[in-house]
Design a protein around this ligand. Sequence first.
Ligand code: ZN
Length: 426
Amino acid sequence: MSQITITGASVWDGVSEAAYPATVTIEGNKIKKIAKGDGPVDTQGTVIDGSGHTLMPGMVEGHCHPSFTGVGEPWELGQLCPEDHMLKTAQNLRLLLSHGFTSVFEAASAKPMLGVTARDAINAGVLDGPRMRASSPEITTTAGLGDERKRHIYQESFGLVADGPLEMRRVARECVRDNVDNMKINISGDEFVSFARAEITPLEDDELAAFMAVARKYGKTVAAHARSSESVKMAVRHGVDCIYHCDFADEEALDMLEDAKDRVILGPAFGLVHNATREGEIAGITKEVAEELNLNRKFDATCATYHEIRKRGLRVAVGGDYGFAVTPMGQNARDLEHFVTYFGYAPVEALKCATHVGAQLMQMEDQIGQVKEGFLADLLLVKGDVTKDVSLVQHQDNLTMIMKDGVLFKDPRTGFNKGGLIRAAE
Ligand SMILES: [Zn+2]
């Protein structure tokens, strides 16, 4: 079997505090050997010179909506016809891989089958894209985040609406039948929902209990939208696996999260909060609109919460709700720098969130998220030292090599994204 060997790079392996020189050999879709040090190595097959680069694990996008296609308002997602929507979703997935994300944890699909179809096409080799855990749409209640219906006109939504335990069971079972990996439930509202702001908790306990019972029975992971303090507590009480946002978590909610830290992973989805408050003008979110929607309060609350969550040692995934007009898909890696700038993370801590923690979220902790012998070869060669400056991963020009499953999606010898498909096994 032929091999690809990467020499001269500084290896940051996904778990260590510092990078080290090593030669890394890939055979088939796996990392075969890591020879630490600078010494000469016996190289066969293709050799890639990684001098001046960091070799690191491919990144995991932990709050990703590949089917959010740059719309200004969420309701616009309901206006796209499924055929067009599928193509745009496929385009986003290719874009994500070309930005160094070799895995995505889908945080809700904008229509029921978009994520599932994309995942299966990627796994079948029909579509270029990251590894994917496919999600259900956002499941919500009447008058919850994701209920975009109107009294006077037929209007598709991006959410699936269910009221009461019986309907929750039915909708959850329909998503199981669709063959999703994750189920997404909206427990709290959000600032941009006029009738259900962020600190309102539309979902009832019995609805969440019914939903969770179905998810558990079929072995699905559950991710929740939870901005209000009460929604965070409900998510912990009912055993939600991945709790997003948590902006307004009070002391009691933080204590509950800390007690559950071995089973819960959090995701601030901060890109959207950041861009809407700091760069909203490009999408019509003026300073006045931001003020009216209380966005600055949400910004400050999120920063305070994640300083605290970091101190308490909770696991946090990177991923910023990209896919709106104000958060263009492809900017996703900016969130690593946000962790450092706004939440007080050291660069290596932020990198771990985007790799090792992401792998745990993907339920692939023993296969991805590390440069380790026997692990799947999802690898990036990044110009410079990412352990000192995480902003390096934001720029495609710095991503000299992108490898997923042993395949060079971006080949450093040509610089082209999959200009020629090179599989280590070939
Ligand atoms: Zn989201």
